[in-house]
Design a protein around this ligand. Structure first.
Ligand code: ZN
Length: 376
């Protein structure tokens, strides 16, 4: 299911296998929130862009079109036309960040839909049932994601409850996988580490959830308000407590540099809306640094966004054309920009894996970590 092929320092080169195929790690999951990648990019395009695993959001698909609808249509793979691996988040993050008027109890969370205000209850069992209906390859445990900084007196009982919720998730997940008509009976379950910015809570929580023997473990509740160095410190604190033979997923991270630095700290899976979101605003990643394609200086520039990029956008179109599309408000601007940035992220991960295969990760990190952060 997960095999560490090679290590380089704390960095790991691995292979993850699930019902819909194998994933070479470290990997960046391309985010299709509502079963589509924002910017008019389809599952068909994801193949072209080198995507290995797609991530969709439980909260959004539960509200619209409804996970029962997706199940009726054969599950999310068939619904969105993607036959590769899919991970679904638990809905927890959106419930705590998007939904209005929420009330947390031991049972779960009652909240108001951000679409129509309708009151909805979601707890560990509901989250597992929704993700089972979607039929993803990896389901994420239902947790409370606490924004940083938060007081210790709040974070401690919260992560204790998240631990109790994980035990309930696991029971319900096992029950659903044993039913004969479940969409994907080989669905796996990843537990999520919480504990805010407190190393002692993080380590305690990680040890507790590791004993529940999930299929993989995520570090949640980072990149939610804390300084970048604090995030790295927390990964450093919690990583030694993570099982070595299970995949590790850092949720919602991040910039190319964040990814390079976190791989060095032993992380295997990443996801982030940043490449697609930045692209929709004309902010592009290149091997020479970041570019704002809306800039006046690109008005007559005949070169591709990145001469070193092999993406469909760079192979056919100039900076001047892309800038024109943004200026004219053409939808194609977003599509071409998102395709470039997702290609870049997938290519970044491929180069990270190559460096690990070659036993040269430290050189790769020194060469690129800072350079990719700068403006071109
Ligand atoms: Zn490109």
């Amino acid at each position: 299911m997960f095999e560490v092929i090679k290590t380089d320092g704390r960095a790991r080169r691995g292979r993850f296998t699930c019902a819909h195929g194998a994933v070479q790690t470290p990997v960046f999951m391309n985010v299709g929130t509502q079963g589509a990648i924002k910017g008019a990019v389809s599952a068909h395009d994801l193949r072209t862009l080198g995507c290995q695993i797609e991530l969709s959001n439980t909260y959004h698909l539960h509200l619209r079109p409804g996970d029962d609808v997706v199940r009726t249509l054969g599950g999310l793979h068939r619904f969105m036309g993607w036959d590769g691996p899919i991970l679904t988040d638990s809905g927890g993050f959106q419930v705590f960040s998007l939904a209005g008027l929420r009330k947390i109890t031991e049972e779960g969370v009652t909240f108001a839909s951000h679409i129509d205000g309708k009151r909805i209850f979601m707890g560990p069992e509901e989250s597992m049932r929704i993700q089972s209906n979607l039929g993803s390859d990896v389901a994420m445990a239902f947790d409370e994601c606490v924004e940083n900084p938060a007081p210790y007196e709040y974070v401690k009982p919260s992560c204790e409850r998240t631990l109790r919720w994980l035990a309930r998730c696991k029971m319900e997940h096992d029950r659903l996988n044993a039913l004969p008509d479940t969409v994907n009976r080989q669905q796996m379950l990843f537990g999520i580490n919480q504990g805010g910015t407190y190393p002692d809570l993080r380590r305690w929580h990680m040890q507790e959830i590791a004993s529940l023997d999930c299929d993989g473990y995520a570090i949640g509740g980072l990149a939610v308000g804390e300084e970048t160095q604090v995030m790295y410190d927390i990964i450093d604190a919690v990583e030694p407590c993570m099982p070595k033979d299970k995949p590790r997923y850092l949720m919602g991270v991040g910039t190319p540099s964040n990814i390079i630095e976190s791989v060095a700290r032993g992380v295997d899976f990443f996801d982030c809306v940043m490449p697609a979101r930045n692209a929709r605003h004309g902010k592009l990643f290149t091997w020479r640094g970041t570019v704002n394609i809306k800039n006046e200086k690109y008005k007559t520039d005949p070169c591709p966004i990145d001469p070193d990029c092999g993406c469909p956008t760079c192979r056919s179109f100039s900076r001047a054309y892309l800038r024109h599309l943004f200026t004219a408000g053409e939808m194609l601007a977003m599509r071409l920009a998102v395709m470039h940035n997702l290609w870049f992220y997938n290519e970044l991960m491929a180069r990270i894996r190559q460096a690990l295969d070659a036993g040269a990760y430290e050189t790769f990190r020194r060469t690129w970590s800072e350079r990719l952060e700068r403006r071109a």
